[in-house]
Design a protein around this ligand. Structure first.
Ligand code: CTP
Length: 405
């Protein structure tokens, strides 16, 4: 499935309904059209004006509204994807029974689109054999069940039953519409890890990049059928099987490797943390304290800007993607820095890492914003590095269209 999707977000009556706003926002931000179908119960927890403002469409609740346009089936027929978040125990039971006495039930029955549900309820209700049997029935019919997570519930309870976070739900939902092997035939070059600039045979100047996000991109791209060349500087993680692996410890080696691979690439993703400088002189033998005394001055020379070079010489059909780790605390400032860097580098997309927002180099999770040429916000994504990788691949391969935000 490429391009923008018609997404139906079904909201049912649970306290987690307020989090559905985040689900809707994420779909809209990524360029999808959202129709909200809310039960009366849902509207006790979250206001219609909020849902209409965020979805940019009227909210549908009543079975007997819009009869002339046969709305009770039209919404489901037009859907590419149905996401029900939160899905209460009652809704899950009704879906499992195929009931059609409200608009959401009709919408689901009238649709052939993938259905994704995010259960939310108290632990006892979730663990009740009736609910578990209903979930098993829905799963057997191909419904994707996201969560529930374990954590604080309404009141003083805590345990399994908490609705998953909006980004996790959106990620699982988009995965449900991606056909297997959707990147088959796409040739992607990915650089990953931190470069190491030799000082002498035993020492180097390096950085803290673990290479996890670049390796996650390679893993996700291979899983989706792309043919992947992974150009690896220093990695803390094992690269996936199925890639053409090229080792490039230093910026100079990375530049040679990526230049060699660029000709046969549809997409080049520069996730590597490339050292801006290298020692002017690399000693053949170990630098000895006895020879240098109390102070040692290193002279560094600038490395070429590989990303800017690739962008300047790219074919019109090639997509060049850069990364930027920025520490600006405020979102506006972060976006401004990202836009300036995108302009300076001349690439098609820039993935800006929100470093310092409880995210770091060695973690397995990441939060990014992706800017498209011209500075438009193309995507905001948060989650595991693998989930974020899939979202980035969607954005840069055109699986998520130009943003509407
Ligand atoms: N990059 C590159 N060649 C370099 C330095 C960086 O290709 N010599 C690439 C990185 O792989 C990344 C992007 O440029 O995709 C941004 O890197 P970053 O270090 O954030 O950018 P700088 O140009 O170093 O900008 P600044 O130092 O001002 O933050």
């Amino acid at each position: 499935m490429t391009g923008s999707l018609n997404v139906v977000v079904g909201i049912t009556g649970g306290i987690a309904a307020y989090k559905a706003v985040g689900v809707i926002r994420s779909f809209v931000l990524a360029g999808h059209r959202v129709q909200v179908v809310a039960t009366q119960g849902a509207l006790r927890f979250v206001g219609r004006p909020t849902l209409e403002a965020i979805s940019r469409n009227p909210v549908h609740t009543e079975l007997y509204e819009g009869v002339a346009e046969v709305r009770h089936v039209a919404i489901g027929q037009a859907a590419d994807l149905i996401v029900i978040a939160p899905a209460t125990a009652n809704t899950i039971a009704r879906l499992a029974s195929g009931l059609a006495d409200d608009l959401l039930g009709n919408t689901v029955l009238a649709s052939t689109a993938p259905v994704v549900i995010a259960p939310a309820m108290h632990t006892e209700m979730w663990q009740n054999p009736a609910t578990q049997a209903n979930i098993a029935t829905l799963r057997s019919r191909g419904v994707t069940v996201v969560g529930p997570a374990s954590g604080q519930l309404t009141g003083t309870d805590s345990g399994p039953g908490r609705m998953e976070e909006p980004e996790t739900i959106v990620q699982a939902a988009l995965a449900a519409v991606r056909p297997a092997g959707d990147l088959t035939g796409t040739r992607i070059v990915i650089t990953a890890g931190g470069t190491r600039e030799a000082l002498d045979p035993v020492r180097f100047l390096g950085n803290r990049s673990s290479g996890k996000q670049g390796v996650a991109l390679a893993t996700a791209a291979v899983r989706r059928g792309a043919s992947v060349t992974l150009i690896a500087s220093h990695l803390d993680v094992t690269p996936p099987d199925g890639v053409t692996l090229v080792s490039a410890p230093s910026a100079t080696e990375l530049q040679h490797a990526v230049t060699d691979a660029a000709g046969a690439a549809d997409i080049i993703i520069m996730a590597a943390a490339v050292s801006d400088y290298r020692p002017a002189e690399v000693r053949d033998t170990k630098i000895k304290k006895g020879d240098t005394g109390n102070e040692l001055t290193l002279r560094l020379v600038q490395n070429p800007d590989i990303l800017a070079g690739l962008a300047a010489s790219a074919r019109p059909d090639q997509v060049i993607v850069g990364f930027a780790a920025e520490t600006a605390p405020a979102e506006d400032e972060l976006l401004a820095l990202g836009r300036a860097k995108l302009e300076r580098k001349g690439c098609d997309f820039l993935v800006v890492n929100r470093v310092g927002w409880n995210e770091g180099f060695a973690l397995d999770t990441n939060t990014v914003v992706v800017l498209a040429r011209g500075g438009k916000l193309a995507l905001e994504a948060s989650g595991s590095k693998l989930e974020v990788a899939d979202r980035i691949l969607d954005a840069v391969t055109g699986h998520v269209p130009a943003p509407v935000a």
